[in-house]
Design a protein around this ligand. Structure first.
Ligand SMILES: [Zn+2]
Length: 278
């Protein structure tokens, strides 16, 4: 039985949840949330999951013969491994290079899950999509009575994006969610905090005159917009101002782990590759 579930959560919006018991327990993560937005003319899929189940099959009864645009919120494996099912992927230009490469997830070797079984067959390689389209901050996509605007939200990765709809949905992906928040190395945190400030401004301005709700990339599916300022405050207090050596070091993630309910901050010790998580 597939543990990938699709559920309607608002007019035009569906969530597809992937259970991390099928992936890897070492990431402190319980669920990944992908979203399907259905306009009158086109549909948009945000992220493609681990690629162990067919997303295409799952969503085809919903989108029927509408054109489908497939987006990646950022380059991390848990959001892009299903790209291989699609010919064209929209992704921010700063994450494009990492998404377009074949990816090695051989860290799955050591455990026994659906994902590790599945990727044994490919020698733990994740194949990319064929083609990519680089998106930029402010770029708009009209799905037919449902408009989506790209917000460049660097921090989790350099090319992370959030998507906002004209109906008040803010898809924050891995920039704002509960549970394990994978932060960049400490020296790159100011960029993350600036992004949170940017998102806060957008939700406060509220151009569309609608109450804005957050639809995050992990864990709880709908969060109030106040979650952005809560996250910002906690990063400032519990990560920026603290000596990270005081916190537990996780040898698998090569990161310091900071528990700060409802968040678990994961701060990598090693540098870059745009804030890799494996
Ligand atoms: Zn993620």
């Amino acid at each position: 039985m597939s543990r990938l579930k699709v559920r309607k959560i608002d007019d035009n919006v569906y969530v597809i949840r992937e259970d991390w018991r099928d992936i890897d327990h070492r990431f402190y993560t319980k669920f990944t949330n992908l979203y399907l937005l259905v306009g009158e003319k086109k549909a948009l899929l945000l992220d493609t999951s681990m690629g162990i189940h067919s997303i295409k099959e799952l969503i085809s009864p919903i989108i029927k013969n509408k054109e489908l645009l497939v987006f990646n919120s950022h380059h991390h494996f848990d959001h892009v491994a299903g790209n291989k099912e699609f010919s064209l992927i929209y992704v921010h230009k700063f994450d494009l290079k990492l998404v377009s490469k074949e990816r090695d997830i051989s860290f799955l070797r050591g455990i026994k899950t659906k994902a590790s079984e599945y990727y044994k067959k490919t020698n733990y390689k994740v194949l990319p999509a064929k083609e990519f389209y680089p998106v930029e901050d402010h770029e708009e996509f009209d799905l037919g009575k449902l408009k989506i605007t790209i917000i460049h939200t660097p921090g989790h990765t350099k090319g992370s994006v959030s998507l906002i709809s004209n109906k008040g949905h803010l898809f924050t992906a891995d920039t704002v969610h509960e549970g394990a928040v994978f932060l960049p190395p400490k020296e790159n945190l100011p960029e993350y905090l600036e992004t949170l400030e940017k998102l806060q401004k957008i939700t406060d301005t509220n151009t569309y005159n609608r109450e804005i709700k957050l639809y995050p990339g992990h864990e709880k599916v709908v969060l109030p917009k106040t979650h952005i300022s809560l996250l910002r405050k906690r990063i400032q207090e519990n990560v920026m101002k603290e000596d990270l050596y005081n916190y537990k070091y996780d040898t698998f993630l090569e990161a310091r782990i900071i528990f700060s309910e409802p968040f678990i901050f994961v701060v990598p010790v090693n540098k870059d590759e745009s804030y890799s998580i494996n």
